[in-house]
Design a protein around this ligand. Structure first.
Ligand code: FAD
Ligand code: FO1
Length: 442
């Protein structure tokens, strides 16, 4: 594997026990460079291999909907790891604390972890590093080009980021090794009590599981095959349509790491489908998605008005006092109770299906700017609703997508208008026509 994916975070003294992979963002056993690196290090030392997942009682605005999807995926993972003679431990509690205790109990040789630019995850890692006694390595198993290799600074547009990424991609779009049974050791651990783990969660159960997505690695691979066989061909021409759309619907699997973006890129590139559609899709999957990680990694205020690009903040400030013909409180928006039938339909899809078509997400967030008393409140409301209902919420793609919609992140200025200033506007008629969702005019 390309060792530029790995960086050593701390020295330490190797123990005599297993190599432990602290799995967090990339919750899969296939096509997982962090697991692959841990396996290689364990094999070199003829040591057992263990995966440890720290189950936080709550995470950002996640509800039972998202935890249920994640836990079902982890249950499937437990069986897959067992078949590979890799032990699996799910540690409930505050991640840095329970991880530290586990590493010491196991007398771990070393720790491998994956990469996540979000603040809570960075905080877990920093806290863990302060007391872990063993060497710690980090592997970016989520991006094709590791975030710290793609760029060492905040990129302001896809225009500057794309050429860097394209130059680096050939060195990182390598094939995955097949997962082999681990030949060393076999840690006897108690069977995981999933019911007990579920009972320890502090989540809002009023936002329940959705039927629209089946969780787990196998379902993720089926979804990828279904997309390539039935929708990729017209991704370039029908991407903005909602009903008979061409979108992949892979985001919940990519968000929870049940599917590797690199696997998707390899299969799409080898599909022989319409070249323009493959190009358009890979632009989203590689350039847009990895640019979002770049944004969150280099901009700590990624989920607020303060993280917007300077020109976006300036133009929104200049229009702060513009009259707002429509103003809706967050709870009215949450109930899809506005005067706009297209927006209400988008909010209902988001709340009921836990998924929303990309074109509608833009319109949905932009209207929140138009109908909120201030840009700061618009950002807060959009992030809260996005992360409460979407399966793929609480993700760098979401924070970048909301900042793009409300504050022009990674976008350019447009003709000035009330409230939006020079931030790109999206109107009811145009969006209704493009998405194919037609409603009687308001
Ligand atoms: P496809 O169009 O099939 O794209 C395939 C993959 O490419 C996606 O799964 C995603 O990983 C990536 N991708 C596509 N579009 C973008 C984009 N604009 N930016 C970054 N990556 C992209 N994405 C999330 O994963 N979680 C979110 O919470 C989220 N919230 C968003 C909120 C707003 C206001 C906007 C404008 C966009 C948001 N996005 C979010 C980005 C994008 O809309 C979704 O990733 C996409 O709609 C997911 O559906 P899909 O997998 O069918 O997408
Ligand atoms: N990561 C963890 O390591 N432990 C958790 O308990 C956990 C819960 C969780 C719930 C919802 C959700 O959307 C993500 C969650 N994550 C958790 C993080 C996730 O694995 C991703 O790393 C980030 O959300 C995306 O960057």
């Amino acid at each position: 594997m390309n060792l530029q994916r790995v960086r050593k975070l701390s020295e330490g003294r190797e123990g005599g026990g297993p190599v432990v992979y602290w799995m967090s963002r990339d919750q899969r056993c296939r096509d997982n460079w962090a697991l692959e690196f841990a396996r290689e290090e364990a094999s070199k030392r003829k040591a057992p291999l263990e995966v440890a997942f720290c189950l936080a009682p709550s995470f950002l605005q996640a509800a039972w909907r998202q935890y249920h999807f994640m836990l079902e995926g982890l249950r499937e993972l437990e069986a897959d790891l067992l078949r590979l003679n890799i032990s699996f431990a799910v540690l409930a509690g505050d991640p840095p604390l329970v991880l530290n205790r586990h590493v010491r109990e196991r007398d771990a040789r070393l720790l491998v972890t994956d990469f996540d630019p979000l603040r809570p995850k960075q905080a877990w890692l920093e806290k863990a590093l302060r007391s872990l006694p063993v060497p710690v390595f980090q592997v970016d198993a989520h991006n094709v080009v590791p975030c710290w290799v793609a760029s060492d600074r905040r990129e302001f547009s896809a225009r500057t980021f794309r050429p860097r990424l394209q130059r680096l991609l050939p060195g990182f779009l390598d094939r995955f090794p097949t997962m082999r049974r681990h030949p060393f050791g076999r840690l006897e651990g108690p069977l995981i009590d999933w019911k007990k783990l579920e009972g320890g969660l502090r989540v809002d159960r009023s936002v329940g599981p959705v039927a629209s997505f089946k969780p787990g690695e196998k379902a993720a691979r089926r979804a990828l095959r279904d997309f390539i066989e039935n929708r990729l061909e017209c991704y370039a021409t029908r991407a903005s349509r909602v009903e008979d759309g061409a979108r992949s619907r892979l985001s919940p699997y990519l968000h929870f790491g049940q599917l590797s973006a690199q696997r998707v890129a390899l299969e799409v590139s080898a599909s022989g489908a319409d070249a323009a559609s493959c190009r358009a899709f890979l632009e989203e999957l590689l350039v847009r998605k990895e640019l979002s990680d770049n944004f969150c990694f280099h901009e700590p205020a990624y989920d607020s008005f303060y993280g917007l690009p300077p020109w976006g903040k300036r133009t929104l400030n200049e229009h702060r006092r513009d009259p707002r013909p429509y103003l809706y409180a967050a709870d009215r928006l949450e109930k899809a109770g506005t005067h706009d039938p297209l927006w209400n339909a988008a909010q209902r899809m988001l709340a009921e299906e836990g998924y929303l078509h990309g074109h509608l997400r833009m319109y949905w967030a932009k209207k929140i700017l138009e109908w909120s008393p201030s840009p700061e409140e618009a950002m807060e409301t959009a992030v809260r609703l996005n992360d409460r209902y979407l399966l793929d919420g609480r993700d760098p793609n979401g924070y970048a997508g909301i900042a793009w919609s409300i504050g022009g992140l990674h976008d350019r200025p447009f003709r000035e208008r009330p409230i939006f200033g020079k931030v790109r506007y999206m109107g009811f008629q145009g969006t209704s026509r493009k998405t194919g969702l037609v409603f009687q005019a308001r």
